[in-house]
Design a protein around this ligand. Sequence first.
Ligand code: ADP
Length: 176
Amino acid sequence: MMLLVKENWKMIDKALFPGSFDPLTNGHLDTIERSAKLANHLYVAVATNTSKKNLFTISEKIEFIQLATKHLGNVSVIKHTEGLTIDLAEKVGASVLIRGLRNAEDFEYEMNIAAINKTQNPEIETVILMASQQHRFLSSSLIKEVSFFDGDVSKLVPSVVNKAIKEKYATQKKMK
Ligand code: ADP
């Protein structure tokens, strides 16, 4: 196949991929791997989504992403616990925000976030990567639901997450 992107030539200098990653799925990982090819450096910013119930702590979520992205030399994982994402992007020098898109519902949501972000800092662009076909159905919430009822998610999440989620629910169930 013709090489469309010249080796070592990157479209973006620094990009930031924000999300709650509760927990990281193979879909998130795919977006990370693909955006790491577009940018010299990719920051993955791990947030607490206040409107969703968190299963893992920020530190746990950061550790999963660090372990699952060890093979990528240009990715670092950072905490996003306060302030606006757009301000964090500016702080780390990222000119691009990365988000993933799975379906029409994501589209409505992402379009609004991108638009509101523009009102806060018009210099920062949102770049949306279409989810790969095999990951379109995949969400952290579904992973949690299947795993809670002892389903097998080993093919849908990195192995570190698969192990941790089983342990987390086993501990929670024991405590009840
Ligand atoms: P948030 O709470 O910020 O939406 P998520 O962890 O749910 O955080 O998602 C972070 C980003 O990753 C979002 O842009 C979401 O659309 C994208 N994403 C989630 N699941 C997938 C997937 N399976 N494939 C590609 N992108 C995904």
